[in-house]
Ligand binder design. Sequence first.
Ligand code: F0G
Length: 351
Amino acid sequence: RGGWRGIIEEYRDRLPVGPTTPVVTLREGGTPLVPAQVLSERTGCEVHLKVEGANPTGSFKDRGMTMAITQAKEAGARAVICASTGNTSASAAAYAVRAGMVCAVLVPQGKIALGKMGQALVHGARILQVDGNFDDCLTLARQLSENYPVALVNSVNPARIEGQKTASFEIVDMLGDAPDIHVLPVGNAGNITAYWKGYREYAADGVATGTPRMWGFQASGSAPIVRGEPVKDPHTIATAIRIGNPASWAFAEQARDESGGLIDEVTDRQILAAYRLLAAQEGVFVEPASAASVAGLLKAAEQGKVDPGQRIVCTVTGNGLKDPDWAVAGAPQAVPVPVDAAAAAERLGLV
Ligand code: F0G
């Protein structure tokens, strides 16, 4: 009764809020954990998808943003700022509306999906298109927050990590224990940091009997952690993770090493194959960056790194509607028909 109240109310005792904290929420979280039949068959494992595109603005960022904007509001901030490849800006813009704050966003010129730009616009954010990449945008956003009265809500803000760790709580709450492996895409590396924190907290408190191995996947053209050095001019069709110098780099390596996990890369081709598989065979429409987790799982399985019988969760981070160009590109055209049942039946191959 009353339904899901958003991550702050659902996990209040595990988050940095007090009784008088002004909670800013769109009832984020509580997203579906969907059994993935085809992926389970392919890997011989029990694979689940944590479908974060079901959040209010269509990505996992809402978990972090409810916490970051709530904390900014509590501190009396009037304006927030973020650098973004698109989803963070969409989320910040929406939560800023709820909080009655001004939202400024810095995005890399020409490299954000149309749906995400539309969200920031319609929520009334002040948008600057920066002549540079995400890493340049983040540098600029940090400088502005240090020198002007505006709060930074990127994942370098610890409140974001606190909010995003709740995805791990939900998974353990649903499965009854931690999975054996958790797979996710890595861009600025905030989310892998957050999941690892959530899993560790539940294990430390005995809610789960252990922690999963954390498997993170970067896009090959934007894989600084895999290369061991920043990538100056990152590229990938998965614009959400087109990042050459992740802010939470060290935390991502910590998650990998402490969990006995790995951070590897997947090519754009592998990402698009996983993107199509998810939509066409699992019925789950995600944006390309989100498919990096599944592409990574399939790559690891092909390499013989996935022992059968394990319980695996792949986070799919954002909704496919954000970036539908890739769904339409190369797809067969819709077939024109007159208003005529016989003609329609014929075109559909029903006769
Ligand atoms: N998937 C999607 C859909 C994203 O939007 C992002 C990051 C990631 C994965 C990677 O998560 O950065 O925590 O490692 N998007 C940020 C943004 C950078 O600005 O929206 P991460």
